[in-house]
Design a protein around this ligand. Structure first.
Ligand SMILES: Nc1nc2c(ncn2[C@@H]2O[C@H](COP(=O)(O)OP(=O)(O)OP(=O)(O)O)[C@@H](O)[C@H]2O)c(=O)[nH]1
Length: 433
């Protein structure tokens, strides 16, 4: 056989074995050649089993094919692409709708090529999917105390439904494509914390937190936020998560009293050492996975014994409560506050470097200094000293961080009180104010 004959034979074999229907036609639709798959696909549309012209065979489902060809004046190219044809397979006694996809190519002035594919299964799957989506949307639209949404691997909101608008008051354009902490009160999250929760959901199956959320008009509501991964086999960037925000304002009090009993200091209401060390441990665990700054400030009221001695113990208590209130006002929600004991307090600042922590500590010192407390008609001026440290230079746990901040606090007291010192890896210490 010549090489040309070999090639021709290979082409015929290809046509014969191809898993899609291939039909070679003349410009008026006359069939020159067709493979077995196309014969099978077109069979339900033939009249009396005759299959000589494709345009005639498809006239019931695509009546304009002849006109499309006539209107296509380019020397070659795609006349139509994946045209969806719907027809009845005609099984006696059964209404059996099938779907074909048709692409028509102009090869040259005398020949066309039709590519046919049975897409019935695909269309059925699409129908089921869209029915499920409509069903899910109907459920979501009816929900009033939950907001359910899909978020991507960067924590950006990907879809919108009425439940989100109803619970939060935000509009679609203000939420789509935004980080999910848009619903949280300012300071209740950081970019690191945003992705930490996605990772936690991956590792543990879910991530559940009670968070202070905000509506579009700024009003706060206490909510439980649940993130669960929506499993897919694709790459990490294709991962999706479901976020459910549930208004639990009614359960807040019960939850809070349980929490307070175990985790809060009885006098100031601030988290106690147990709560603080648990949160600090979690932050250091996260830091091991994704390195980041963690800073710590230790505050100590100055000459507090004198305040007790001069104004009495209840006045001393009022000063400690005032100090706690100002800490709540001064630091972000994402910062962990704690009464370590006596007149010593701590603030753990996630994703915060030494300079930013120093600035926060100094701001707080000035605030305390500038506003005395009034108790029982007495104006009590007091001050605090502070020690600041960060997790640079091989600090990998909270104990070491406390040791450093404590060393800086000691220095602040030694240098005369009412000032902030920082632990510095080169000079060991630096005085700020
Ligand atoms: N009112 C009140 N006083 C407390 C409480 N806990 C500890 N104290 C008092 O805080 C005082 C701490 O005194 P010191 O440790 O000598 O420290 P200081 O007087 O603040 O002096 P410097 O820290 O060196 O500035 C003690 O008198 C404690 O009794 C509390 O819950 N309420």
């Amino acid at each position: 056989m010549t090489r040309l004959e070999d090639e021709y034979e290979a082409l015929i074999q290809f046509l014969y074995l191809a898993p899609v229907g291939l039909v070679q036609l003349e410009h008026d639709g006359g069939i020159m050649m067709l493979n077995p798959v196309s014969a099978q696909l077109l069979m339900p549309m033939t009249q009396n089993g005759e299959l000589t012209n494709l345009f005639d065979a498809l006239s019931g489902v695509a009546p304009d094919l002849r006109q499309r060809c006539a209107a296509f004046t380019a020397p070659h190219g795609r006349i139509c692409d994946a045209l969806r044809l719907q027809f009845s397979a005609g099984t006696p006694g059964k209404k059996d709708t099938q779907f074909l996809s048709l692409s028509l190519l102009k090869l040259d002035d005398s020949r066309l090529m039709a590519v046919l594919e049975d897409i019935t299964g695909q269309v059925r799957r699409e129908e089921i999917l869209s029915r499920n989506k409509a069903w899910l949307n109907a459920i979501l639209a009816g929900i009033s105390d939950y907001a359910v949404m899909s978020i991507n691997s960067e924590g950006l909101v990907e879809d919108w439904n009425d439940s989100i608008g109803r619970l939060t008051g935000w509009g679609e354009g203000e939420i789509l494509g935004q980080p999910y902490d848009r619903f949280f009160m300012p300071g209740a999250s950081t970019p690191d914390a945003l992705t930490d929760r996605l990772r936690e959901a991956e590792d543990c199956g879910w991530s559940l937190r009670e968070v202070q959320c905000r509506r579009h008009d700024g009003t706060p509501f206490f909510a439980s936020t649940l993130i669960v991964p929506v499993h897919s086999a694709g790459p990490t960037s294709d991962r999706r998560y479901c976020l459910v925000i549930r208004n639990i304002a009614d359960k807040k009090e019960a939850l809070e009293s349980q929490f307070k009993a175990a985790y809060c200091d009885y006098l100031t209401g601030l988290p106690n050492r147990r709560a603080f060390f648990e949160e600090a441990q979690r932050e250091f665990d996260r830091m091991q996975i994704v390195p980041r700054h963690i800073s710590l400030i230790l505050f100590d009221a100055d000459n507090f014994k004198r305040i007790n001695d001069r104004y009495g113990h209840p006045a001393g208590d009022a000063v400690l409560c005032d100090l706690a209130d100002r800490m709540r006002q001064s630091f972000r929600m994402v910062d962990s506050l704690c009464r370590m004991g006596g007149e010593e307090f701590a603030v753990l600042l996630p994703s915060t470097d030494l300079d930013a922590a120093l600035a926060g500590a100094e701001r707080f010192r000035q605030l305390v200094e500038s506003q005395p407390v009034t108790f029982d008609g007495e104006v009590i001026a007091y001050s605090v000293s502070g020690g600041v440290a960060t997790n640079e230079a091989g600090c990998i746990d909270i104990d070491e961080l406390i040791k450093r901040a404590d060393r800086a606090l000691y220095e602040a007291k030694q240098k005369g009180r009412n000032r902030i010192c920082a632990w510095d890896q080169r000079t060991e210490l630096k005085v700020v104010a």
